[in-house]
Design a protein around this ligand. Structure first.
Ligand SMILES: [Zn+2]
Length: 326
C-alpha cells in the first residue's frame, strides 16, 4: 500500500524530525477512524528502526527493514486489547515497560492502539515510561478521540492531529491505488460512510463485507444459532463487523429511499442482504441502523459484548421476519 497523499505531509514532518535527531519519545497520532493512522504508525516505526532511511521512509533493504517486513523485528511491539477485551490491561503495559528498559543498542518502537483502550491503571503505568523514557525508545499512541484520553498522557506526547481527506481526494487515491474506476471507488466510499480503510476492504474482494452480509441473511432466515453467531462476532473484529453492518444498512436505506450518492453505480455488491432488505421500508431500516449504533455505545459499558450483539441480532431477526413473510 502506498502512502496516501493526505499523509505525505505527516511523513515529511516526521522525516525532518528524525533527520534532525529531534524525534520525540512519544507521538500521538490523533484523528478519525479509517484514514490510515495504523499505516502511518507502521511507516514511522520502519523509519525509526531503519539503518539508512530515505525521504520516502525506510530503505526496505537493511536487516531491520527485512525483519520488519517478515513481522519478526525483536524491537517492534504492538500493544492492543487482547481478543474479546475492550481495554489494554495494566499487565500488558508493565510487560511493555519491562521490555523497554532492557539495554539494547539500537531503537525500540512500541505502538499502543487504540490509546482510548488504556484504563486508569494502565495509563498510570504508562506515565512512568512517558516521564522517564529509555533513550532510543519511541512510543506511538494511536487514537481518535482527544476527549477520551487522560490529560496526563496527552500532555506528555507530541500530538500529531490528522484529518480526513476530501471525498474527491479519497476517491482519487482509491481508484489509482487499487486500479478501479472512480464510480466504483465512490460507491465503496459511500457504503463505508467515508471510512477509507473499510472502502478499501469493500473494493478488495470484500471478504469481511460478504461474511457479515451472509451472517445477517442467515440470521434473518432463522437458519442459525444466534448466540453462537454473537459469540463469534464478539470474539473477533467486532468493531469492523458492526461498521460493515451499519454500512450495509445505510446502503439499503438509500436504496429504499430511492437516493444514491454521487458516483454510485447502483449495481451493488451482489450480497444476499440487498435482496433481503429490498422488502424493508425506510423506517425499519433506519431503526435497525439505530440499533447498531445503540449496540456500539453500550459496548463501552461493562456488559458482556456477546450479549449485546445477540440482542442486536435478535432485533434484526424480528425486524426481517415480516419482510420475509410478505
Ligand atoms: Zn532499512
Amino acid at each position: 500500500m502506498s502512502i496516501p497523499p493526505w499523509l505525505e505531509s505527516s511523513c515529511q514532518h516526521f522525516y525532518r524530525m528524525a533527520l534532525a535527531g529531534r524525534m520525540p519519545h512519544a507521538v500521538m497520532l490523533l484523528g478519525p477512524d479509517g484514514l490510515g493512522k495504523r499505516g502511518l504508525s507502521r511507516w514511522l516505526s520502519r523509519l525509526v528502526l531503519c539503518d539508512s532511511p530515505a525521504e520516502l521512509g525506510a530503505c526496505g533493504q537493511c536487516r531491520n527493514c527485512q525483519l520488519q517486513d517478515a513481522g519478526t523485528h525483536p524491537d517492534y511491539f504492538v500493544c492492543e486489547p487482547a481478543a474479546g477485551k475492550k481495554q489494554i490491561g495494566v499487565d500488558q503495559i508493565r510487560e511493555l515497560i519491562s521490555g523497554s528498559s532492557l539495554t539494547g543498542s539500537g531503537h525500540r518502537v512500541f505502538v499502543i492502539v487504540p490509546a482510548e483502550a488504556l484504563n486508569p491503571n494502565s495509563a498510570n503505568a504508562l506515565l512512568k515510561t512517558l516521564e522517564e523514557p529509555t533513550p532510543g525508545t519511541l512510543l506511538i499512541l494511536v487514537a481518535q478521540m482527544r476527549s477520551a484520553l487522560p490529560a496526563t498522557i496527552l500532555s506528555r506526547c507530541h500530538v500529531h492531529p490528522l484529518t480526513r481527506p476530501s471525498a474527491d481526494q479519497a476517491v482519487d487515491w482509491l481508484s489509482k491505488d487499487l486500479q478501479v474506476s472512480r464510480p466504483e471507488a465512490a460507491s465503496a466510499l459511500a457504503t463505508a460512510e467515508g471510512r477509507i480503510d473499510l472502502a478499501r476492504e469493500i473494493l478488495q474482494g470484500a471478504e469481511g463485507l460478504d461474511q457479515v452480509a451472509q451472517d445477517l441473511a442467515r440470521a434473518a432466515e432463522g437458519q442459525v444459532d444466534l448466540s453462537e453467531m454473537a459469540a463469534r462476532w464478539a470474539d473477533e473484529s467486532l468493531d469492523a463487523r458492526l461498521s460493515i453492518m451499519s454500512a450495509l444498512l445505510t446502503r439499503s436505506a438509500w436504496m429504499a429511499a430511492g437516493v444514491r450518492s454521487a458516483g454510485e453505480t447502483g449495481d451493488g455488491n451482489g450480497s444476499g442482504l440487498e435482496r433481503l432488505t429490498a422488502g424493508m421500508d425506510l423506517a425499519t431500516l433506519t431503526d435497525c441502523y439505530r440499533q447498531v449504533n445503540r449496540c456500539r455505545s453500550r459496548l463501552k459499558g461493562s456488559l458482556r459484548p456477546e450479549l449485546q450483539v445477540e440482542e442486536l441480532l435478535l432485533n434484526w431477526q424480528d425486524r426481517c421476519h415480516p419482510a420475509l413473510v410478505e
